[in-house]
Every structure is written in structure tokens, then in C-alpha cells.
Design a protein around this ligand. Structure first.
Ligand code: ARG
Length: 453
């Protein structure tokens, strides 16, 4: 059996390949995080009150310079994680040791790889959540413009998919917007939970040297350290499932909107037309214009949920402390986030270019759609509601069609078709964007300071 030498001992090549799994590729997404986490750890070591110093201020500067170099290389796709490294953590340590000799060998003092991967994933998560919020706010803006523009365009409101009551395109779009705004609140909640620094737990049980976890947390721009060193590790997987939970709520909103769009763009409905360039054709039927994009959004909602469940299931029976199973949460975590972001991004241009067919929307207004409005008109004349209901029900054939525009103009109470508080929705969207800006300011300031030599 062929063995391979690694930084942490020799193993058979088969075992090395099997245990590294997809880390060699996936950890490319964590290079920058690993360097920043290492910069904070080394800075903290350089300030530790021990004699002799583990790392001097001058040595710290040298390490930071090399870490910056690795970040530049990674940006250009040039930093290599080899199979013998197993993962990004040992690739960074190997590189620092190649460049700095013994100094490189000191950087792992008082920390474990579990520590590193836990902090890397939180650094990665915070960027990803902010990126997802950016994409969500773009879609929300597009939806709000579309909704406001079509505020007075009538649309039959449905229950059980059957015609129900007069409604509007504006209400339809505003409702999907509101759902996404709630999802943003969940993403921000996930962000706050994520915003705790696990660094300094070492192998989960602390170290017999006076490391300063408050300091590393502040250096990285986290709001606080996680408290117990054991939960710092046990929180891995839980954190990913919380983030994916918020992502799958986003996907739930998108999938339902996609489903509506599929229905409303069917020729039988013809409410909306999608632009040709956002649809696909058929290899056999020359006339086809298929809404594959929104079908795939619906499919991805299933897959993102599956990612969340995969992570949850992986950890639900996991004993405390680090177990290698946790490594396998990385793939569904990264996949689930990437899918969610891609769906948000692909839908914004969709919404901007939907063509609204007013005639087809108005043609949907058969007289029965006004049945409830008629009953409530009778209530206005003093008839008890149940009597009015029965009267209309027994005389459905005599119902007269009303002007759908006038019908929706009468619905002006809070949140009704003509009672939508656009300012409230816009303010919520602006607050999300402001939260993202604020979080980014904190991160950028901390990281710039940390990497300054
Ligand atoms: N690549 C590993 C992971 O993702 C890093 C931690 C390895 N730790 C260990 N004790 N083997 O989990």
C-alpha cells in the first residue's frame, strides 16, 4: 500500500483521498477566510503575555505579509490546495512554512483545524448572507416597481385556483415582495447568530495558555466570541442548518412566485408574457417558448431544502466535540447558498421585463367574480350578511358584471389592492439595504485594520 507524507503524519493514499473528499475543491472558497482567521490568531499570539514571546511583533508582520500574498494569489486562482494538504488549513500552513521556515511552524500554536474550519465557515457565511441580501433587495426593488406600476391593473383573485374576488396585479406582486422581505428578516437573524467568533476553542476544550478570544473576535469584526469552547465546535453544522433554513425560506417564496408565473403565462391565461430571451425553445417543436428558468427555480427550492435537511441529518446524532462527519456538511452548505443566490439573480431581470396583458386580465372577470362584492353592497343597504349571501347565491345567474377597476378602487383599507402602503414596503427594503451596508462597514474596517502591517 502506497503511503503519502502529510503535515500531520503518513497515511495510505486511498485513505488520504477518501478522507479529504471534496475539500481540496470546496476549500478554495475558504482561502481568504482562512488567511484572515490566521491573521487574527497570529496577531493575538503576538500580544500574548508570555515570556519568551511565541511570536514577536516583527514576526507577526512577516506572517501577515505572506497571508496577504496568499489572498492575492487566491484571487487570481493561483493558490494551490494539494491532496497532501488535505484542506485549506494545512495548505496555508505549508505555504507559510515554505516561505518563513520555523516561523510558519509556530502559527498553529493554541489552535486546531476544527477551530479554523469553524471560524472560516462563519467568515464565509457572513459574506454569503450579505451577498444573498444584496440579490434579494435587487429582486425586491424590481418587484416593487412592477407592483406599483400595475397597482390599478385588475386581476382575478383566486382561492383553490378558482376565480374568487376582484384583485390587482399590484397586490399579487406586493404580496410576493412582502414574503421576500420576511425572508430578509430571517437571513438577518441568521447573520446575527453567525456573528459570533468560535476561534480559540482549540480542539473544543481550551488550551493551558492565556489566549484572548475577545481580541480575536474583535479583530475579525465579529460582534462577540461564542462562549463555551465546546459549543464553538458543536455549533458547526447547526450554524449551517440555520443559514440554509433561511435560504430555503427564500426559495419557498421564489418557488411560489415561479409557480404563479408559470400559470399566468400559460396561453390559456395569457395574463403575462415573458420576453423571448428569457425563455427556451424545444428541439422538436418549432413554436415552443418554455419557461424553463422558473421551472428550475421551483426545482431548486426542493434542492435547497434537501441541502438543509442533509446538514441537519448529518449532525442530529453527532456526539459532542469534532467528528469528521461535519466535513460533509460543507458541500450541501455551499451548494444551497449558491443555488439560492443564483435564483434571486436570475429572477430580477425576469420581473423587470414581464409584459402585462391588461385585456386578458380583464377578460377573466366573469360576473360571478363580483358575487361577494354584491353581497357586501346589500349589507351596506342594511341586509344581514348571511341573508345577503343567500340572496346572491340563489340568484347567481342574475349577477351583473361590474367594472373591475372600480371594484378594486373600492378596496382601500390597509393592505387591500388600493390600500397598499408602498412607503412601508419601500422602507422595509431600504432598512435591509442599510443593514447590509452597516455590516459591511464593520467587516471592512476590521479586516483592513487587521491586515495593515
Ligand atoms: N477539513 C476538515 C473539516 O472540514 C478540517 C478539520 C479536520 N479536523 C480533524 N480533526 N480531522 O472538517
Amino acid at each position: 500500500m502506497k503511503t503519502q507524507k502529510t503535515t500531520v503524519g503518513s497515511v495510505s493514499q486511498e485513505v488520504l483521498a477518501f478522507t479529504a473528499g471534496r475539500d481540496v475543491e470546496l476549500d478554495v472558497n475558504l482561502i481568504q477566510a482562512d488567511c484572515i482567521g490566521t491573521a487574527a490568531h497570529v496577531t493575538m499570539l503576538s500580544k500574548m503575555k508570555v515570556n519568551p514571546a511565541i511570536i514577536t511583533a516583527e514576526e507577526r508582520r512577516k506572517v501577515i505579509a505572506e497571508l496577504k500574498e496568499i489572498i492575492v494569489q487566491a484571487d487570481e486562482g493561483l493558490f494551490e490546495i494539494r491532496l497532501a494538504d488535505q484542506d485549506v488549513h494545512l495548505a496555508v500552513e505549508r505555504t507559510l512554512t515554505e516561505k518563513l521556515g520555523d516561523l510558519g511552524k509556530k502559527i498553529h500554536t493554541c489552535r486546531s483545524r476544527n477551530d479554523q474550519v469553524a471560524v472560516d465557515l462563519r467568515l464565509y457565511s457572513r459574506e454569503q448572507i450579505l451577498g444573498t441580501l444584496d440579490a434579494a433587495t435587487s429582486l425586491i426593488s424590481a418587484l416593487l416597481i412592477f407592483a406599483k406600476k400595475n397597482e390599478k391593473v385588475p386581476m382575478v383573485g383566486r382561492t383553490h385556483m378558482q376565480p374568487g374576488m376582484p384583485s390587482s396585479v399590484g397586490l399579487w406582486a406586493a404580496a410576493h415582495t412582502e414574503s421576500l422581505l420576511d425572508d430578509c428578516a430571517l437571513l438577518i437573524n441568521a447573520y446575527e447568530l453567525n456573528d459570533q467568533c468560535p476561534l480559540g476553542s482549540a480542539a473544543s476544550y481550551g488550551v493551558p495558555l492565556p489566549i484572548d478570544r475577545e481580541l480575536t473576535s474583535a479583530l475579525l469584526g465579529f460582534s462577540r466570541p461564542t462562549h463555551t469552547v465546546l459549543y464553538a465546535n458543536n455549533g458547526r453544522g447547526k450554524l449551517e442548518s440555520v443559514v440554509l433554513g433561511a435560504m430555503s425560506q427564500v426559495m419557498l417564496s421564489l418557488s411560489r412566485m415561479a409557480q404563479d408565473l408559470m400559470l399566468f403565462t400559460m396561453p390559456e391565461f395569457g395574463y403575462f408574457t415573458l420576453p423571448d430571451e428569457l425563455c427556451t425553445g424545444s428541439s422538436i417543436m418549432p413554436q415552443k417558448k418554455n419557461p424553463d428558468v422558473i421551472e428550475l427555480v421551483r426545482a431548486r427550492a426542493t434542492r435547497v431544502k434537501a441541502c438543509e435537511l442533509a446538514v441537519y441529518d448529518l449532525i442530529k446524532g453527532s456526539p459532542g466535540g469534532y467528528n469528521r462527519d461535519l466535513q460533509d456538511a460543507k458541500e450541501p452548505f455551499m451548494d444551497g447558498i449558491a443555488m439560492t443566490r443564483a435564483c434571486l439573480l436570475v429572477l430580477a431581470p425576469f420581473v423587470q421585463t414581464i409584459q402585462v396583458n391588461k385585456d386578458a386580465l380583464i377578460a377573466g372577470f366573469t360576473p360571478d367574480v363580483f358575487a361577494t362584492d354584491r353581497a357586501l353592497e346589500l349589507v351596506g343597504q342594511g341586509v344581514p350578511f348571511r341573508d345577503a349571501y343567500h340572496h346572491v347565491k340563489e340568484n347567481l345567474g342574475e349577477l351583473e358584471s361590474m367594472d373591475p377597476v372600480k371594484a378594486i378602487e373600492q378596496k382601500t383599507h390597509l393592505g387591500a389592492p388600493l390600500g397598499i402602503d408602498w412607503e412601508l414596503l419601500n422602507d422595509r427594503a431600504k432598512a435591509v439595504a442599510e443593514t447590509v451596508r452597516e455590516k459591511r462597514r464593520i467587516i471592512d474596517r476590521a479586516v483592513a485594520k487587521l491586515l495593515k502591517m
